[in-house]
Design a protein around this ligand. Structure first.
Ligand SMILES: [Zn+2]
Length: 142
């Protein structure tokens, strides 16, 4: 599938996060391989368990250099109850990341994207942003 379809699937997947994910925002993640095939999807689980990215990564083994992750919200940069998803994506060697919207949470707010870029990973922000914001906005910390 193409990038827009992948982000649409990530948004659709994220709806399954509610209500168990609260008070965390309902986020979805889709990982495509180099040929555009879906290799994993994930969504935010209950607090203390996997965020969307970690849930998807847990379903994939081996190197992810040719893979592209699509996440509805900027991956978290801070270690809270779970490790930072941005750092986990770096450690797993993801090839590229697309993010629909930046996380306005003051603990994140661009830092997650920066961690990925500092590691040399291409990051695109803004894919399907309006649609994702319409769904996510009520759940975001600002
Ligand atoms: Zn996270």
């Amino acid at each position: 599938m193409n990038p827009l379809e992948a982000m649409r699937l990530a948004l659709a997947t994220s709806r399954a996060a509610l209500p168990e994910c609260r008070p965390n925002p309902p986020v979805g993640c889709v990982i495509l391989d180099a040929t555009g095939q879906v290799v994993a999807t994930g969504y935010t689980r209950q607090p203390g368990s996997h965020h969307a990215e970690a849930a998807a990564l847990a379903r994939v083994e081996g190197p992810l250099a040719g893979c592209h992750a699509f996440v509805t919200l900027e991956p978290c940069s801070f270690h809270g109850r779970t490790p930072s998803c941005a750092r986990t994506l770096v450690e797993r060697g993801i090839g590229a990341v697309s993010v629909a919207i930046e996380d306005p949470d003051p603990r994140n707010s661009g830092r997650g994207v920066q961690i990925l870029r500092d590691a040399g990973i291409p990051v695109e922000v803004g894919l399907l942003a309006d649609e994702v914001r319409g769904f996510l906005a009520p759940y975001l910390l600002t």
